[in-house]
Design a binder for this molecule. Structure first.
Ligand SMILES: Cc1cc2nc3c(=O)[nH]c(=O)nc-3n(C[C@H](O)[C@H](O)[C@H](O)COP(=O)(O)O)c2cc1C
Length: 166
């Protein structure tokens, strides 16, 4: 798939087939794509925790109140970054790469929020993450239960583009 096609096809999926599985090869491809994202001063402050254990996925879904669907996902990749100046931008770039690589592999996904949520400390503790790391995102991955996804409206190009000045 070409990059443009993956960008246009990707949509957030929040209802997963609980029985679907993702191969280790695919997971490695996703992390490989994430680690190639740009970072400020090439610091690469990230660590990626792959969760595939069902009990653990259910526990995370129970903690993250706006990511309950993680319980039914085939995997969740938690993106943590060391608390550097540009950790958020770096971690978000990696997360977007993950989402697009997932689309490219025919996987469905949803970005679940990180360190602005009250649950972030509990997730950190649960996953044994050192204090000096921030939770940037948790990416739920799997196969959608439905054939047709909700497609929230995107602002049109003509409205967001500004040539030369605002
Ligand atoms: C920083 C960020 C945090 C998000 N957090 C959540 C979340 O906690 N739970 C959720 O269901 N979706 C979350 N999303 C997904 C957005 O709701 C979704 O991207 C948006 O509605 C647009 O839909 P689309 O992804 O299908 O284009 C998040 C997206 C971003 C970029």
């Amino acid at each position: 798939m070409q990059t443009q096609a993956a960008i246009k096809l990707r949509r957030s999926v929040r209802a997963f087939e609980p029985q679907a599985q993702i191969s280790k090869e695919d997971i490695k491809t996703l992390i490989d794509s994430a680690r190639l994202a740009p970072t400020a001063r090439n610091i690469q402050p990230w660590e990626f925790i792959v969760i595939t254990n069902k009990d653990m996925l259910e526990t995370i879904g129970g903690i993250a109140d706006n990511g309950r669907f993680i319980a039914d996902a085939s995997a969740c990749i938690a993106v943590f970054c060391k608390d550097t100046k540009y950790y958020l931008e770096d971690g978000c770039a990696a997360t977007e790469n993950l989402l697009l690589a997932a689309t490219d592999l025919g996987l469905d996904s949803c970005w679940v929020a990180g360190d602005k949520k009250p649950y972030c400390l509990r997730i950190k503790e649960l996953l044994g993450v050192p204090d000096d790391f921030k939770l940037v995102s948790m990416v739920a991955l799997g196969k959608s239960k439905s054939k047709e996804e909700a497609k929230p409206e995107k602002r049109p190009l003509r409205e967001v583009i500004h040539w030369e000045k605002f």
